[in-house]
Structures are given as structure tokens and as C-alpha cells.
Design a protein around this ligand. Structure first.
Ligand SMILES: Cc1cc2nc3c(=O)[nH]c(=O)nc-3n(C[C@H](O)[C@H](O)[C@H](O)COP(=O)(O)O)c2cc1C
Length: 387
């Protein structure tokens, strides 16, 4: 495939996230369990350091309580700049404290807030994608976050709403502007859709029209660099956020930079030898980060199906790779595979979660009144993943 230059945005320019100029205007979506420091390092290596790479989601309560695992998750490589952290919180005071801690201890350069999580155990308590329905609570959280952030830019990432009858993104965008949020990202699905169907890029365009004061980032179903250019052209958004397209394909960030900078640059089409080397490096980086090779290789297991998608690897070898506990075991498995295979056409297109909609579980009476809200219980913050 060749990048179609006719799709290039009319006025290409850096995306401004407060003091940070992001060029090209591409952002690695926060993905719990995925976008840790090693994965961001790989993506940045392919992009030449260009773009913005958001951390895994960090719960504000765990951060202020200095939970050990959380302190590990907020680790940034010494060369990473700007350091971008995603927070998830439901209590305005705790969000404020977490933001203040980040500022006081110089833990990051940009804070993104997650209002997109569709996981039932979160929405059942009114958190995640359920939260923007309660306008005053959303406003209170944003006020605390921005009020404590000092010079640090605060952005938000959200879905369209709970379901088609309860859309929240336009109101949330307006509240974000009023509370001093720097930019908003929209995943063009409702919580009810989970990852099913196709993302609604028209909603991104509507949000852009609704909040012309701040940058709007479009998110959902960008599977190749051409999709990113097309989303910008079709919606007028200021930048794009790319998630599942990078799973097992950190070099997509190289393609994105090339598409924005070099007309007609072909996307990378790595053969299996190169992909195997990248897999090994990913596992190795995870081991260095976790301080233990075996833990790194074990954490890497979930990435095996994504990296090997479309390659003639066979289910047995795939299973063996996904149960390796050392780099030597991975090498052994690779040695038995055909490393001369070219990039398979079947590896393009959707990857990762595509599960269709589920009923959104909400607290009793949640939808009765968007303008009143009791404080949410602490366990509304027990989120582990999602957006
Ligand atoms: C494994 C996984 C974990 C995710 N974790 C988060 C998260 O922690 N915070 C968040 O805002 N979104 C999260 N998301 C949602 C993505 O950031 C993104 O909005 C979504 O995947 C749609 O974009 P895409 O079509 O480019 O994948 C997650 C998605 C996946 C697949």
C-alpha cells in the first residue's frame, strides 16, 4: 500500500498539547497492560521519537497511596519526552491529590484523564464511560485536575456516551473547554458498543465543530497510516489516537511518521525474521523493566498472537511461543520456524479486541437525572483496563 497524498490534511501542522508540539499529530492510545515503558520505547524507536505515547492507565487512589505496582507503572525511560500519563479516578479530591503529586514530584509532563472505560465492574459503580453522564461530577473532577496541574496540560479521553440514547460527548467537550482542559480525544463508540461495529468518525467531526477552542483528537479503527490521514481529512480533527492497530505492530508508528512526512512512502512490510527479532527485543525490554527475564517473557506471552497474526506459524508453535519462560526458549521456537516468510496480507486490518456490544450495567437510577450525583464509592475505582 502507498500513502495517498491527496488525503493529507489541508494544513498539516503540529498538534499542540499545551507547551508540547506533537509532530506528526499521532498519539499512542493508552492501553492497560500494553503501553508500558518497554512498549512505548519500541514504538518510539520506530517513530524516531516523534509523536506522543501515553502510559497505561493509573488509578488515582493507587497513585496517592503509592501502591508498589502503580509506582512501577509510572516509570518512564530517561529519554522519553514528553512523559504522558493517563489517570483514572472518580473522586474529585483524590484526582486533585494525584495530579498535585505528579506536579510536586515531577512525575510527568502531560496528564490524560480516562472517561472511556466500558468494563461492567466500573460502569456498575458509575465510573469510566458512565461518569460523564453526571455532568456536575465530571466538572468537579476536571476542575480539581486542572486546578492542581499548574503548567501541566490536562486532556481527556472519552467515548460518545453510554448508548445511542444517552450521548454525552458534546456536553463533556463543552465542560472540558469551560474547565480549562487542553485537548479532548473521542473514541467514536458508545460504551454499549464496547469494541463492536465500526467507530463513528462523524462524531469526531461533530465534536470538532462543537469545541473549536481546543484540539480534538479522533480515535477508533485506525489500522494503517492511510487511515490516520483519512480520519484527519474527513473529520477535520487535529490529531489521531491509535490503539489496537499497534498491537504486535509497534512499527506502525514508523509508517505514521512516513505517511505524514514523505508522500508515497510505502508502509513497512517486515518478513518474519524481522518480526521475530522485534518480538525478542520486546520480551527482553519487558524483562529489563520488570527486573527479571522470565517475568518479561511471561508478560510478553499475550503479544504472541498479535505479532504472529497471518504468518504461517501453526497453532502448536504459536502455543509454544506463548508459553516460553526464557529468551532461550523463544530462540529455540524461532529456530524451528520459517523465518524467510514475507509480511502476510492477512496481517493487515483489524486486530485485538473486536467484541460486540454488551448491555451497560449502571447504578440504580443513574440515568434519572444527569445533573445530580452522590459521591461514588471507592470501589468504582477498581478498574484494571479499558477505554
Ligand atoms: C487492551 C486494551 C486496553 C485498553 N486500555 C485503555 C486504557 O487504559 N485507557 C483508555 O483510555 N483506553 C483504553 N483502551 C481503549 C483504547 O485506548 C482505544 O480507545 C480503543 O482501543 C479504540 O481505538 P483503536 O480502534 O485505535 O484501538 C484500551 C484498549 C485495549 C484494546
Amino acid at each position: 500500500m502507498t500513502a495517498d497524498t491527496t488525503l493529507a490534511p489541508a494544513a498539516p501542522g503540529a498538534l499542540r498539547i499545551g507547551p508540547h508540539a506533537v509532530w506528526p499529530p499521532v498519539v499512542l492510545a493508552p492501553m492497560a497492560g500494553i503501553t508500558n515503558a518497554p512498549f512505548r520505547t519500541l514504538c518510539r524507536e520506530f517513530s524516531g521519537g516523534k509523536g506522543l505515547f501515553v502510559s497505561e492507565m493509573i488509578t488515582t487512589r493507587a497513585l496517592v497511596e503509592r501502591n508498589d505496582k502503580t509506582m512501577q507503572l509510572i516509570h518512564f525511560d530517561a529519554t522519553e519526552t514528553p512523559r504522558s500519563i493517563q489517570l483514572y479516578g472518580v473522586d474529585p479530591a483524590t484526582v486533585g491529590k494525584a495530579v498535585r503529586m505528579i506536579v510536586d514530584e515531577d512525575l510527568a509532563d502531560h496528564i490524560d484523564l480516562n472517561f472511556g472505560c466500558p468494563v461492567p465492574k466500573v460502569t456498575r459503580k458509575g465510573g469510566g464511560s458512565a461518569l460523564p453522564y453526571k455532568r456536575p461530577l465530571l466538572r468537579a473532577i476536571l476542575r480539581e485536575a486542572v486546578g492542581n496541574a499548574g503548567e501541566l496540560p490536562v486532556t481527556i479521553k472519552m467515548r460518545k456516551g453510554i448508548d445511542d440514547d444517552h450521548l454525552t460527548y458534546l456536553d463533556a467537550g463543552r465542560i472540558a473547554v469551560e474547565e480549562g482542559v487542553t485537548a479532548v480525544a473521542l473514541h467514536g463508540r458508545t460504551a454499549a458498543q464496547h469494541y463492536g461495529g465500526t467507530a463513528d468518525w462523524d462524531a469526531v467531526a461533530r465534536l470538532k465543530e462543537h469545541v473549536p477552542e481546543i484540539p480534538v483528537l479522533g480515535n477508533g479503527d485506525i489500522w494503517c497510516a492511510e487511515d490516520a490521514l483519512r480520519m484527519m481529512r474527513e473529520t477535520g480533527c487535529d490529531g489521531v489516537v491509535v490503539g489496537r492497530g499497534c498491537l504486535g505492530r509497534p512499527w506502525l508508528f514508523g509508517d505514521l511518521v512516513a505517511a505524514f512526512e514523505t508522500p508515497d512512502a510505502p508502509p513497512a512490510a517486515f518478513g518474519f525474521a524481522r518480526v521475530a527479532a522485534i518480538m525478542r527485543r520486546h520480551a527482553e525490554l519487558l524483562g529489563l523493566w520488570l527486573g527479571d527475564e522470565a517475568r518479561g517473557v511471561i508478560d510478553f506471552r499475550k503479544h504472541v498472537p498479535w505479532y504472529t497474526k497471518g504468518f504461517a506459524v501453526g497453532s502448536e508453535a504459536r502455543r509454544a511461543l506463548a508459553s516460553a519462560s526464557s529468551l532461550a526458549e523463544m530462540d529455540e521456537q524461532f529456530a524451528g520456524l520459517d523465518l524467510t516468510q514475507p509480511w502476510p496480507a492477512g496481517a493487515d486490518g483489524p486486530r485485538g479486541r473486536t467484541a460486540p456490544g454488551k448491555r451497560v450495567v449502571l447504578p440504580d437510577g443513574w440515568l434519572d437525572d444527569p445533573f445530580t450525583c452522590e459521591a461514588l464509592s471507592e470501589d468504582a475505582e477498581s478498574a484494571t483496563s479499558g477505554g
